[in-house]
Design a protein around this ligand. Structure first.
Ligand code: SF4
Length: 472
């Protein structure tokens, strides 16, 4: 509820020229939940690249007027942004376009590099001048340097992957091909589908593949490069030797859209399963189960199903509000949570409520929601959280903050329960996370501190070394 996503990427390629910008527009619309700070599209038409990007929602940036700038083309790539590295200015919007001696490319990136600082320093010391503060430009620089050696694009991507650490799901457009690239751990999702007229669509989530009427083909595998050329898709493994699937577990819990399927696991089912587990591990004597929209609803359905307590539509979300709503002015007398969420008094009043939310980060939002329900007449409020306690920051493209800002890092469950004014509180047990992802390996570092890659700073390095010792 207090967290924001990373970014979303979408690209298409067709055998013949068509309205590729329009297709990307619809794809980005379906991915808007992954980033609402900025967006953009780059189209390649007869080798000429045209881009439109700016801060704002898809509907604000890609208007009838701006879309007229695009000519029909065979390939296009787009991006929705929530800035986790670098600020939210226009210069950091994507796709990033690069012109070099041997060609052109446009890159859209989802994720964060965990070694961005070190790579940037090395590049700057060797003469690089950066125009943005986003780590995507670091990827663009490294890739361009490799391409300028005269190797093939896929070889250049493979070489670049050996230097990058952390999370990157990329779509790269050159003047004749589209490349889908997923980092060796596959932190962020990436998949592709096929259209009826022989085109291909690549997207962060399968919901965007469906949005453009393409048929889902498969996920891009960790460490895989899929090349889309005139002869269809061709798979290249990066050969980087570090491939070990660690899909972000929080994609299933919160980031992804409910109708998406990531690495074969439907997100909705995964969330329902979290609710069922909570009902077994932390049952409550209650009259009604209420989910905090949007991502708490699926888990609430699972809790209701398992416990036999009826689900009730006790909280309504303002449909016309983005996740990054900012109140105009500084009037703190107005409660921002109240603008986003309204309790349904007829459902809540006099009831013992089980309230399901996806996470507690700082605790402020949870406290306000509990207060809303009390004001609506709830007799008791039993809070159940469909993720474990956040104890560590994330370095892979989310804004899960430093430990000092994470309430669970500094307080016990009973202290948090008192702080949010709930009658009882239960978090999803860490050891049950596996039940959400089937046999897929996952990253849960923000919950267990076991980072799949080295992370910035001495303490992070210590943690990584500690992790290796522990695993032994
Ligand atoms: Fe996802 Fe947490 Fe891992 Fe970040 S640290 S990639 S949020 S599971």
């Amino acid at each position: 509820m207090e967290l924001r996503e990373e970014c979303g990427v979408f690209g298409v390629t067709f055998p013949e020229k068509t309205n590729v910008a329009g297709m990307v527009y619809y794809g980005l619309y379906a991915l808007q939940h992954r980033g609402q700070e900025g967006c953009g599209i780059s189209v390649c038409s007869d080798g000429v690249f045209t881009s439109v990007k700016d801060v704002g929602l898809v509907s604000e940036v890609l208007t009838n007027d701006t879309m007229k700038k695009f000519s029909p083309g065979k390939t296009a790539v787009g991006h929705v942004r929530y800035g986790t590295t670098g600020g939210s200015t226009r210069m950091n919007c994507q796709p990033i376009e690069v012109n070099h001696r041997l060609g052109r490319m446009a890159i859209a990136h989802n994720g964060n590099l965990s070694n961005a600082e070190q790579l940037r320093k090395e590049l700057e010391l060797s003469g690089a001048i950066f125009h943005t503060t986003s780590d995507t430009e670091i990827i663009a620089y490294i890739l361009t340097k490799e391409m300028l050696r005269g190797v093939s694009t896929e070889q250049a991507i493979t070489e670049s992957m050996n230097k990058l650490e952390g999370a990157y799901s990329l779509i790269i457009m050159t003047s004749d091909k589209l490349y889908a690239v997923r980092d060796p751990h596959g932190f962020r999702p990436l998949c592709f589908g096929k259209t009826a007229d022989g085109g291909y669509a690549v997207a962060s989530e399968s919901c965007a593949i469906s949005a453009v009427n393409a048929e889902f083909v498969r996920d891009v595998q960790p460490g895989e490069i899929v090349v889309f050329g005139s002869d269809g898709p061709r798979s290249v493994t990066s050969g980087c030797g570090k491939c070990l699937k660690k899909t972000c577990i929080f994609e299933y819990i919160y980031f992804a859209r409910q109708d998406s399927v990531i690495d074969g696991i439907p997100v909705h089912e995964s969330r329902k399963q979290a609710g069922r587990i909570l009902a077994k591990e932390f049952p409550a004597d209650a009259d009604i189960v209420v989910g905090v929209p949007d991502s708490g609803i699926d888990a609430a359905l699972g809790f209701a199903e398992e416990s036999g307590i009826p689900y009730g539509l006790g909280l309504i979300k303002n449909k016309y509000i983005g996740r990054t709503f900012i109140s105009p002015g500084q009037d703190n007398r107005l409660d921002r949570v109240k603008i986003k969420l309204s309790p349904v008094r007829s459902v809540i009043s006099g009831k013992r409520v089980v309230l399901i939310d996806d996470s507690i980060v700082r605790g402020t939002t949870s406290r306000r929601i509990v207060r809303l329900l009390r004001e609506a007449g709830a007799a008791e409020i039993h809070v159940r959280i469909s993720s474990p306690r956040f104890l560590h920051p994330c370095y892979y493209g989310t804004d899960i903050d430093s430990e000092e800002h994470l309430i669970a890092s500094n307080h016990s469950v009973s202290e948090i329960c008192a702080m949010i004014c709930a009658d009882s509180l239960g978090f999803l047990p860490l050891e049950t996370l596996r039940e959400l992802t089937g046999n897929n390996e996952y990253c849960a570092a923000c919950f267990d501190g076991k980072y799949p890659t080295p992370v910035p700073g001495d303490s992070g390095k210590d943690r990584f070394e500690q992790k290796i010792i522990t695993n032994d």
